[in-house]
Design a protein. Sequence first.
Length: 119
Amino acid sequence: MVSNAILIHLFAAVPAMLLGAFVLLRPKGTVIHKLLGRLWIALMLITAVGSFGIKSDGQFSWIHILGVVTIVSIDAGLIGIRRGRRGTHQRCMQGAYSGLLIAFVFTLLPGRMVGQRVR
């Protein structure tokens, strides 16, 4: 049986991967970019915070570091754009999206829950 924490994590992470790609590939600064960017941020924060409810043998693992990095990166990106630092905003958001993709790849490894189900 899959825990609620895993379901919440997956139901936020999968749309965040798709929406993130869309937002990153579209023109920046538009109303759509801002609206979908806010939705993406919400999904990413749910994904990152939700990851802390997923533990192996009751313990955090090294992959939980990505959750912390994601939260810090998104916060730094939001601060950057509010201060007019577009480059900082762009790097932070691209970094958070890259981290999401890296975490996804790690979930496919043998021995991991998703990796076991894919094979």
